[in-house]
Design a protein around this ligand. Sequence first.
Ligand code: MOS
Length: 732
Amino acid sequence: MNAHHKMDEKQTDVLSGMAQGVLGKGALRVDGPLKVTGQAAYAAEIGDGTEAVGVFVRATITKGRVAKIDEAAVRAMPGVLSLITDERLLRNPAQGTANEAPIQGARDVAYFGQPIALVVAETFEQARHAAQNIAITYDAEKAVTDPLDGAAQFDLPDAKQIEHGDVQTAMADAHVSIDATYTTPSQSSAAMEPHASIASWEGDMLTLHGSYQMLKYNRNELADALGIDPANVRLLAPYVGGGFGAKLGLSSEAVAAAIAAKELDRPVRVVMTRPQVFETTMRRSSTHQRLRLAADADGNLTAIGHDATVSNLPGESFSEPVALATHFLYAGKNRAYAHRIARVHRTCAGSMRAPGEAVGMLALENAMDELAHKAGIDPVALRLRNIPEKHPESDKVFSSRRFADCLTEGAEHFGWSIRRATPGQVREGEWLIGMGVASAARGNILSESKARVILHADATATVETDMTDIGTGTYTILAQIAAEMLGLPLESVTVRLGDTDLPPAAGSGGSWGASSAGSAVFLACQSLRNDIADLVDADAADITLKDGIITTGNVQRDLSDTLTNDITATGHIEPGETSNAVEQAGFGAHFAEVAVNSITGETRVRRMLGVFSAGRILNEQTARSQCFGGMIFGIGAALTEELVHDHRDGHIVNHNLAEYHVPVNLDVPQLDVVFLEERDEWANPIQSKGVGELGISGAGAAITNAIFNATGVRVRDYPATLDKILPDLPEV
Ligand code: MOS
């Protein structure tokens, strides 16, 4: 049985009459026990230890060509089995899009630290020793590494240079206006689990255990990189220790492991070191953003301008879409956007959690705070006043949007009313205390997905899809959906993920995973409910399924007695007209309270609240955890996270977790997350919207706005490290 649904119409009353009561509530992670007992094997742990081990040799120039590698010397080193210099290694990591042409020729180097060869040896130590002692000569060329040094070439994509109305005139005519520039540094996803691949071949069939977010795409990318048929590639990633975008696309170790395993006719393991993860996998682009806001005397926006310079390697198609939320969040008749991509020889830039909004909203929401202060209007009130009735550029309505409620209920819950409008008024000993607010918004996407659900004769069920769980809770959510639909206790559902032999799902990206894969599971179960109804000669609408019991009218039957054999259905969802008919996004509001030390300039976040509207919440506990993660990312962006590129050669200086400062426990205070009740009938059959990336969008700006309220110091250059706060602190 198949259930195929193209999302062309609103879905009303779905999941009504579902009796199990397991969806929506918090539910412990079904994969939790396996993870905490170490039984969930991550990519680097696969195998029996007899695999050959590969270690990358990496470029020590920024741009140019490899002229000569002393291969004979390397091959003679102890334990060395092979030196892979195959040109297929030199393709850049991609964005999750298969069949992107490689931008480099054989042996071209595009950034410092780029993998250029793989040493394969019996042990890691032997491979590392050889890789470190290899003699390479290069033909080096001069490289531009700084987007703003004047020598960089720029691309200006036509579609991103937009003007509605006349921003310049509106700025000149404004009662109050802001024209300020904000900068954000390169950042790293810095997932806990390093990228790793173990490849083995049987004839022409490649099996690769890796750490990836979107297997159906990654399989095609790997096949494309190797020049083989995707049907001959099986990719497995049942457990993934975080991705945040850095594992959306294939990274170089997968290609290298596959080539080496083929050559040696033996399994090969390649595990990136922490510095390699920082230097060779996707970074988030640094940004340089000019915000112009114009308002009338009542604080109604009359113009918004958002001009950005982002960076990437020459030829790369991705560029950080910083204006995404600016297009739809606030009203304002005159609107202008400019987007420049500086071509620099730094590690490839790609998607990192909430690409666009995460850093675009640092600028936008900081600027809104500046406008509120200058206009003498409360920052919550300013935002409320500027919520557009419809999308201000497309003129479409929003599918669901409790944005105003997020702001007002958040203000109430946080105790916003005690905030002093004038900065620097609240002091506790040597600490200055302040509060800040910022909006959150992130577009919602449905992406084609399939899932198979097998209802076993013993009234248990198995869900199967190549969907991934990157720490988000996919295993649990899909089990909840199946349990709810089939009237089974959660424990009766087993979920199998992360294997390209299973029906292809959307993968984990763009916050579409739970809604997309979840809708496919929902549809498969709907089909199974029809089958169950047929077995008891009833209409599907007239049966109630709960705890393995089928109720029709006043008759009850055990599901396990009714089923004589396993029944299987595949659900298939794809986006249709509802994706275009309306605008879909999740919304929220962040509130932060900070204490800034008046002597050292050190900022401590004291508490944070996020209030979100994201459609139906599928699992309150895992959704909350996603928002915590996003808000913690916000703390990092506001205060500590910054990839430092050496200005001479572009190399990443702080390529480890000791010097790239993600927030640790002591940096993270009491966090509070509130979800507002919402169903999005346009989004998908389960009426949910993405939450993963909503939590980071805007979060860091609430903190820098709170720093301003505490001290009167406006930091426009993220992160707000103490050296940027100290010089302008008020006299003690
Ligand atoms: Mo996300 S940046 O689409 O993993």
